[in-house]
Design a protein around this ligand. Sequence first.
Ligand code: TRP
Length: 364
Amino acid sequence: MTDTVADVTPEIAPSSYDAAQRRSDAIWRKIESDPSGLRMLTGDRPTGALHIGHYFGSLRNRVRLQQAGVETWVIVADYQVITDREILGDIRGSVRELLTDYLAVGIDPERATIFTHSAVPALNQLMLPFLSLVTQPELERNPTVKAELAAAGKSAMGGLLLTYPVHQAADILFCHGNVVPVGKDQLPHIEQTRVIARRFNERYADGEQVFTEPDALLSDAPTILGLDGAAKMSKSLGNTVMLRMSPDETLKKIKKAKTDSERRITYDPEGRPEVANLLTIASEATGRTPEEIASEVGDAGSGTLKMLTAEALNEHLAPIRARRAEIEQDPEYLFGVLRAGNERANEVAEQTLARVREVMGMVY
Ligand code: TRP
């Protein structure tokens, strides 16, 4: 969940997108009937606290999957922070904010394993054999990496930016994650992960299924636009409502949101994106449809819509914010959760690496 990922949705070949969508649909059906055997691995770049775009767009979905009985692994991708920026900043602070938001929204440390790249050496080591399985043109073609390079405003590609999709494959494959809930921009990385799993099994394991090809799980969660009308919320643009804001700050932010000059409120995402965005936020917070809310507000205009949206949001976020405030008081607990997750991730990563050494004949 970075603020620097390009706003442009990278182009993905329609055929591979359709295939990914079909596999994703099949997994949704399996989650509803029998989630056993499903292991979700997903995560975020720790760049600070989260906003409602993160929450409605992905976190809430993860919590639902966890509640449905899907085994949950969440990576705090600290090495990915330095793929497209030179400065780590206060990484410990960023990790703390991210963890606080995770626990506040309902990721349950009793059930989920939350861990960081940098604390799991065996995961990182998998990158070496995996790098041998990909080619330079493959890496250079990755549309998300290209978009990130462009967004970073640099001409020279860094070595980690070019190869982090392979590192991300290690994130997924070390724990045999088979379900990866992600947005469309991450599909090229999942595709690359599938290729790596397949090639590893063929080239180094005589066709034995050491690694399983994971599937992306696509959701119909909405993209929340920035309150200024930008293509997405981004902390650096100041166009967000952060989960950690007070109800008052939330109201102020929403009041300042861009709308248009038409008084009557209608739900028209194409023609009136800013008004539609407020309706989407209100809809996500209440569970009512945006159309319903639009016709209720009607001629009362955008001022009324903003009040309604802010109230709905504050009400929905109240328990999350209360939990957040509690957790903030106890950093010991927070980092204890991470240490326990790292310990578990290390156990599993070491087992996987041992298996990899064995099939590669590197046991001395
Ligand atoms: N690249 C993801 C993002 O920018 C974060 C991430 C790191 C991730 N490792 C992952 C997502 C493994 C899914 C699976 O949001």
